[in-house]
Design a protein around this ligand. Structure first.
Ligand code: SF4
Ligand code: SF4
Length: 426
């Protein structure tokens, strides 16, 4: 037997196969190894010492989007996400990769992502490239293609980087304080999508929240744990626990589905850490998605009329990772003028899956094309996608398909309706 911490969880799979039709990679490739059941079987075979972590193992394990649609479908409650994190962690430690890939992974997951100032510097550099239009040249000459995944293709997907990034601070409520909440700034939300963070804070303040954005917080660690850097993710989790728990908070609000799902699982990944296991439990119990929090409080309903026909994309880490789908719909139903038209398979992955659109570009685009075909069946003027990778991916999909549809985060919709209602002017 090999050491595999989540071994007991593997045994819950009874091989019924009910998850197979819900798995995007199984639908595309039709191979057992690219299904949840096949992947679990491979991981169990490794854990029992019957196979090695070889090239084939690496291929099938990394082709998974960790969308967790299989978790929602599974009658045995197999915790696929946690099992996959452990498998990728061991893969990264045991499987010999080329020097270039090793260096690239180390740089991204160990040196840049856990360090907010280096991360911001990287995005500032990208902003400069954008402003000088050098990103177009970099794409043309395939400057970044020396790196794994040929990231030059990704340059087209990067949104126009805002002039101002989102900063930490303490934001007073507009009315009398009813709640004291923390807010995760996030790696992508705080930089590439900073206007959404500004909108989120305005919406929370309009609901009598004092919003605390600690300056010593870091990225949630989702990208690191999904990419096999579980030890780094644990360090990041501890830093966030220390950053937030020093305030006496009613809730820790997250407006990114992927981050929320990860932070709700800090209690799992730190369960063997004597110094942090209780703090992690406390932290995770306070984490709330923005829509989850707003749907459970008496909401400020001074919305103006917002005439907009929308459809919903349920981000995988919201619907499968956190079982949240009713809450954003409830909020939309409270805004006068909003018409919700459901699209088929709104709970299917859009193909972004963290950095999957870089590491598995072709498969990601295939999944995106399917999503765009469902969006085309609606008459929506906007699709709501409240998770940064989905938001960016759908913007790209809409642009490249020529579809006339906006992509919005739920915070932007609420913010617009509050402005129309005269709650604030900004
Ligand atoms: S997480 Fe998603 S891609 Fe991975 S096995 Fe489950 S359903 Fe398939
Ligand atoms: S993961 Fe769940 S649904 Fe899929 S084969 Fe195993 S028990 Fe069945």
């Amino acid at each position: 037997m090999m050491e595999f911490k989540e071994y007991e969880k593997l045994l819950a799979c009874v091989h019924c196969g009910l998850c197979l039709p819900f798995c995007p990679t199984y639908r595309i490739f039709g191979r057992e190894q690219d299904s949840p059941r096949g992947r679990l079987y491979m991981i169990r075979s490794y854990a029992e010492g019957r196979i090695d972590m070889d090239e084939e193992f690496d291929e099938h394990i990394n082709l998974c989007l960790v969308c967790r649609a299989c978790e929602s479908a599974c009658p045995s409650n197999v915790k696929f996400g946690l099992i996959m994190e452990e498998a990728r962690n061991l893969l990264e430690k045991n499987y010999k990769r080329g020097l270039k890939t090793k260096l690239y992974n180390w740089l991204i997951y160990r040196e840049i992502w856990p360090n907010p100032s280096r991360l911001r510097f990287t995005f500032k550099l990208m902003r400069l490239l954008q402003r000088l239009m050098l990103d177009k040249i970099a794409k043309k000459v395939k400057l970044l293609d020396a790196f794994p995944g040929k990231p030059s293709r990704f340059l087209d997907m990067v949104p126009i980087i805002p002039d101002k990034f989102f900063n930490s601070g303490i934001f007073e409520p507009l009315g009398e304080r009813r709640y004291k909440v923390g807010f995760l700034s996030g790696c992508i939300m705080g930089t590439l999508l900073s206007p959404i963070n500004e909108a989120t804070v305005r919406v929370l303040r309009a609901n009598d929240c004092e919003v605390i954005v600690p300056d010593d917080q870091v990225c949630c660690g989702a990208l690191n744990s999904h990419s096999g850097y579980l030890d780094t993710a644990k360090e990041m989790a501890k830093r966030n626990i220390d950053a937030f728990l020093k305030y006496d908070l009613d809730a820790i609000i997250v407006n990114s589905a992927g981050c929320g799902a990860t932070m709700k699982e800090y209690k799992e990944i730190l369960r063997d850490d004597e110094a942090y296991k209780d703090k992690a439990k406390d932290f995770s119990s306070k984490v709330k998605d923005l829509s989850e929090f707003l749907a459970q409080i008496p909401l400020n309903n001074n919305f103006g009329e917002l005439k907009l026909r929308v459809t919903m994309q349920d981000p995988c880490h919201l619907i499968h990772g956190q079982k949240i789908s009713i809450e954003p719909r409830k909020l939309l139903s409270m805004i006068p003028g909003i018409e919700l038209e459901e699209m088929p398979f709104s709970d299917r992955c859009c193909g972004s899956a963290g950095n999957y659109f870089i590491t598995h570009y072709d498969t990601s685009m295939q999944i995106l094309d399917e999503k765009i075909s469902y969006l085309k069946l609606t008459k929506a003027q906007a699709v709501i996608a409240s998770n940064p990778p989905c938001y960016i991916q759908l913007k790209y999909g809409v642009k490249r398909s020529g579809l006339k549809m906006d992509v919005l985060h739920i915070a932007e919709v609420l913010d617009r309706a509050y402005k129309l209602g005269g709650v604030y002017q900004i």
